[in-house]
Design a protein around this ligand. Sequence first.
Ligand code: ADP
Ligand code: XUL
Length: 617
Amino acid sequence: MSSPLFLGLDASTQSLKASLLSVRLDVISECAVHFDTDLPHYGTKGGVLFGPDGQVFSPVMMAIEAMDLLFDRMKKLGWALGDIRGVAAAGQQHASVYWSKSASGLLASPEPSSPLHTQLKDAFSRSIIPNWQDSSTTRECRELETAVGGPSALARLTGSKAHERFTGSQIKRFKRVEPEAYAATDRISLVSSYITTLLCLDGEIKGIDESDACGMNLWTMNTRERGWNEKVLEAIAGADAAELARKLGTVETDGGRVVGHIGKWFVERYGFNPECCVFPGTGDNPATFLSLTCLISLGTSDVVLVSTSKYNPHSEYHAFFHPAQIGPTSVQEQGVREGAEHLRYFNMLVYKNGSLTRQHVRDVYFDKSWDAFNQAVEQLRPKSLYDLPGHAAFWWLLPDIIPDGAHGVFKYVTDPRAGTLFEVPAARRVENYDDVRQEALALLSSQLLNYRSRSSSILDDSSTPALPSSPNVEVSLPRLSRVYATGGASANRTILSLMADVLSAQVCKNVEFHDGKWQDADWNSCSVGVAYKARWGWEREQATGERKWISFDKVIEECREVRKQLRGSEGGEVVLEEEGIRVIASPGPGARAYERRVEWWRALEQRALEEQRQGQE
Ligand code: ADP
Ligand code: XUL
C-alpha cells in the first residue's frame, strides 16, 4: 500500500495555495492560484476590490473558481491525490461567507463533469466576501462595544475589543445595509469553514472552528460555558438573536475531529480516495502558528503571535484559543477531567503597515532594491552598547490596527550626544533624514521596537515565563527567548539579524536537508501548518485507546523524531534547535543598545500619535 499523504490549503488574501505533505511531514510539493493574474476577469488588485467608505472585499465566485483551478493544477502536476488521507484548510481570518437557502441542496450533489463555479452560482445570498482589510464598520463597532459595557468589557468577553474587520460588526453592517439579503441568508461561514464545506460537498455547512471563532467578537471565551455571546447577538439581530445563532451554527471545539470525508465530486473528478478525512479548517494565523510557535510573520501584514497558557485579553491585541486543542466534549467523553488548565491560548498583534510599507520606503529611497536597503541598514545599525539608535520613523501609510487608527508619517531624530544612557532624550521631528540610509534603519528599527515593546507587555501580563533582560542592562523588559520568522520578508537576512538585536531573541526558521545541505524551507507555513493538523487528526482517527487523545505537539514531535532517524548522520555538522528548525540570527552587540531605547521609542510613538491628533484638529 502506498504511503499516506496529507493536504493543507491556504485561502489567503492574494492567492489560494496548497501543500502536499508526507506522513512524516516532509513537504513534497506546493502549488497556488494567484487571484490577480490567474483569474484576471474579476479585476482584483492584491486579491481584493475597493468600494466607498473603506469597503474592501472579494467576489465570492472568484474563491470558487480558484478551487476549480487549484485542483486542476494539482492533477496536472501529477500529485498522487488518491493517496491523500487527510485534508484541512486555513482561511484569512474574520472574513465571512453568506450562504443562501438553496446552498445545502446545491452542495449535496454537484455534477463531477462540470466545475464548481458553474454549479454554485445560486448558493450565496451575498456576492462578496468582506475582506480583513475592510474598515467600513466603525459605527457598528461602537454599537457592539456599547451593548456590553465598552471596549474593555468586549475584550474581556470575546478576546478583542471591536474591530472593523471582525465578523460581528461586519454582519451587523450587512444586516443594516442589505436587510433583504440578510434575511435570505441561511448560514454564515468564515472562510476556513467555507472551504471545509466545499471539501466535503455533502450538503452540510460545516461548523466554524473555535480558534477562528475568536476573531469574530461573537464568541464568549472567558467562561467555561464557551458559546455565542447572547448580548452581542442581540446587539446585532435584536429579537432575532436566536436565529442569528442558528445561522452561525455549531462551533468545532476539537481541532482534530473528522468533520466529513472528501466529496464525491473530488473522488470522481480528481481521483481522491473516498476515505480521505476532512478536519476542521482554521484561520491563517492560527494555522501558521501550528508550524512555528511564538512567531513573527512578515507577509502583506506583519503579525506577531505569542503563546500563552492564560486567557489574556487586551484592548490593543487579540486573544485566541490554540487551534489544535481537544475540545471539552471529547475530553469529557474520555472521562478525563475538564478544566481551564487544559486550555491553551495565544495573543496576536496585527499591523497593516508591514511588507508593503517596507517596500514603499525601498522604492522611494533605494531604487527598488532590497540589496541597497539592506546595505544602508548594515552600515548604520548599532554595533555596541553605546551606539544608541537616534532615529525613529513611523510610517503609517494605511490607518493601522496598532496603534488603533495611527495614520501618517512621522520621523524623529535624537542628538546622539543628548541625555545620559538611561534617560529618554528629546527628539526633533524632521521631514527627511540628512543621511538617506537612515530611512531604512529608522523604519525597520521602529517596526521591530514596536514588536519588542508589545510582546514584552504580553509576557508581563501573562503567565508565560519571561526571561530576564540581558545581563548588565538596567531596564528590565521581559523578552521572548526565541521567535520563528516566516512570510515573504523573512527571506531577508538583514531584517532577521536586526530582529534578533531589537527583540534580544534568537530568530529561527524552518530548514530542510536536501542536495547535501540545509536550506531555508521556502514552503508556505500556513498551508503546511494546517496539513500538520490533518496529520494529527488522522493519527487520532487511526488510533485506539489512549492514543485517540494524543496531543498535537506529541504527534509532531514523533514525526520529527522519525525524520531525524531517517536522516541519520547526514547534515549532523549543523546544530539544530529541533529537527527542521535552525537558528538563523542571534542577538549581537547592538542588542543592548536597542534595549536601552525601548522607553525612548515608546515616548516617540506617543508623540507621533499626539501630533497626528493635533494635525486633525
Ligand atoms: P502574503 O502571504 O501576505 O500574500 P507574503 O508572505 O508572500 O505575503 O509576503 C509578500 C511580501 O514579502 C512582499 O510584499 C514583499 O515586500 C516582501 N518581500 C519579499 N522578498 C523580500 C525581501 N528580500 N526583503 C524584504 N521583503 C521581501
Ligand atoms: C488577522 C488579520 C489578517 C488576516 C489575513 O487579524 O486580519 O492577518 O488573517 O491574513
